[in-house]
Design a protein around this ligand. Sequence first.
Ligand code: AMP
Length: 194
Amino acid sequence: MRLILLGPPGAGKGTQAQRLVEKYSIPQLSTGDMLRAAVTAGTEVGKRAKAVMDAGELVSDDIVNAIVSDRIDEPDCVRGFILDGYPRTLVQADAVEVMLNSKGLKLDTVIELVVDDKALVGRIIKRAEEAAAAGQPVRKDDNAEVFEERLREYYKKTAPLTGYYYAKGMLRTVDGMASIEAVTEEIDTVLASL
Ligand code: AMP
């Protein structure tokens, strides 16, 4: 199964992706995680991405498309994957279609987690507090100021993907304001209906 999880930062894409990983034994391809790993490793991509990520802006389409294309070629993706945080622009959405076609693969569905903006900043702050309490590193972009920019980027560049996938008949929406358990159940229902 190959699916895209859409939704603003803090919508719960990562949490739900983790659950899908366990249930379907397919990997979560989070471009945010991949970019953070590149930053930590100090690679060329990481060096180019760091300041952009710290500011809450989007890394260039070329960089992100290339890392996703390489990642999809890894053996653990043969049974499918969950794209989390990608595509995030219309250019990336077109690129993923071309990329999958060229690899002889097809996307099964796009699931959008629909959430109320006002809840998002609270969720992000909570995520930062929980990471700190667990002794884990706190993301530099998980604070109220950078979050504002991340949300602006989302509305400017990512939100149009909803219409893009709706027009293709691929969009399924799920109420992301429900409990984690209820959201998982709704996603399961969508996937069972495919
Ligand atoms: P995330 O972990 O998905 O919230 O992503 C963290 C940051 O990584 C974003 O704010 C962007 O700077 C960058 N990023 C992640 N995915 C993408 C993408 N598909 N396109 C551009 N930038 C991205």
